[in-house]
Design a protein around this ligand. Structure first.
Ligand SMILES: [Zn+2]
Length: 213
């Protein structure tokens, strides 16, 4: 699949899964110094490959008639900081709830380690501005995800599939936390407990074969 075809496929999926309503999110995928990105203001479930602009990592339009997403500066800042292969940004409900109420999503489930641990909330700045891009860049340090205050979430991956799955995981973690708050006080895992998870993942048990009878 070409980069632009991938944007169409994952754009559709993002809407189908309820992560994005209409145009309230944007995706990009990089190959070398070229980045295919969803166009500004377009419904993500109605994209065609030709609609998706291609920019270089400095933000020059290389291909396409439509303007790239207004969050393209944020995507480019994240590429520069992380060397990722793809970036996914959505206004998914539970991520946005956490981003409007907290300064970080604490690790209440060990799967948070897949995103690098506690997910930081980048301070608020107007959408599409270099200030927001800089805030996100900082919040992403050592992480595969960040939340943007009063806005939404952003994730990275080596591929668009990886970045997309990270967005699904981020939304799941935020939902567990928010629903947990409705029941009681969610227990936050300690550094020691998280270290033990890493240790366990690095040393999985090997089940011996049953000897022939
Ligand atoms: Zn946004």
């Amino acid at each position: 699949m070409s980069l632009r075809e991938q944007l169409c496929a994952y754009g559709r999926r993002a809407v189908e899964l309820g992560l994005v309503i209409g145009s309230s999110g944007n995706l990009s995928v990089r190959e070398g110094d070229l980045v295919a990105v969803t166009p500004a203001g377009a419904a993500l479930d109605r994209l065609t490959p030709e609609m998706c602009p291609v920019v270089d990592v400095e933000g020059h339009l290389v291909e396409g008639e439509l303007q790239p997403s207004s969050e393209t500066p944020m995507h480019l800042a994240v590429y520069a900081a992380t060397g990722a292969g793809a970036v996914v940004h959505t206004h998914a409900v539970f991520g946005t709830v956490v981003a409007t109420t907290m300064t970080e999503l604490p690790p209440v489930h060990y799967n948070a380690l897949l995103l690098g641990g506690a997910v930081r909330v980048a301070p608020y700045a107007t959408y599409g501005t270099p200030e927001l891009a800089a805030n996100v860049r900082q919040a992403m340090e050592g992480r595969k995800a960040a939340l943007m205050a009063n806005h939404g979430g952003v994730t990275v991956g080596a591929t668009l599939e990886e970045a997309f799955e990270a967005t699904r995981l981020l939304e799941w973690l935020c939902e567990v936390y928010v629903r947990g708050l409705g029941v009681g006080t969610p227990t936050v895992l300690t550094g020691e407990q998280l270290d033990a998870v890493v240790e366990r993942a690095l040393n999985p048990p090997v089940f011996p074969r049953r000897p022939p009878s």
